[in-house]
Design a protein around this ligand. Sequence first.
Ligand code: FNR
Length: 210
Amino acid sequence: MAVKVLVFAGSARRDSLNKKLARVAADAVREAGGEATFVDLDEYPMPVYHGDDEAKNGMPENARRLREIFLAHDALLIASPENNQSVSSLLKNTLDWLSRSLGDGKGLNSGLAPYKGKLAGLLAASPGIFGGVRGLPHLRAILASLGVTVLGAQVAIPRAHEAFEDDGRLKDPAHVKAVHLLAEGVVHTAAKLKEAPDPPRIGQDSAKSR
Ligand code: FNR
């Protein structure tokens, strides 16, 4: 069965450079033999996480919908904008809401369920000269804390406002190649993780025994 990769950007902006990059990455996943689902976070607006709001209203409907989509995929490809050298607040807020437990918090209701055992590949695009690369270690750490295995390879596109053709393709063959290699890495490694009987959960197992 083909590996299912959920692809999204940490920006809701209509002309987002990271959405463009995410769409290119989704095509690359398909070329690598995976199934790609592109999701636009603009279609899943949710409030900034607030504990009182959660206590009163529970998880927002859009977070629940997105959570179901996460659960149905094997891997993530995330194109993250860099805000003040870290991830966007939209991306962090979305990941935070989805990490909240539902009901009894067990099994698929666990806050880790949308993440645990998944593989992720990271990309970034920025008009700046660093291409958003300074935010990616932060995203890597957030995902690792949720039980996601993040590929070492990553792609950052500097001067991204000049990097795309009008039809959305990347202009520079080196960028095209880098995105394809990352997508192949995600599809092939996620296929191997899927075959593994039980993905490594070292942190959670040792936490249990504390
Ligand atoms: C930015 N931007 C930015 N860019 C960058 O390369 N490094 C940075 O640290 C920041 N910091 C930053 C902070 C805030 C609050 C904003 C609003 C913007 C610029 C940002 O990367 C740029 O607007 C991107 O184009 C946003 O991503 P999308 O929407 O094009 O995907």
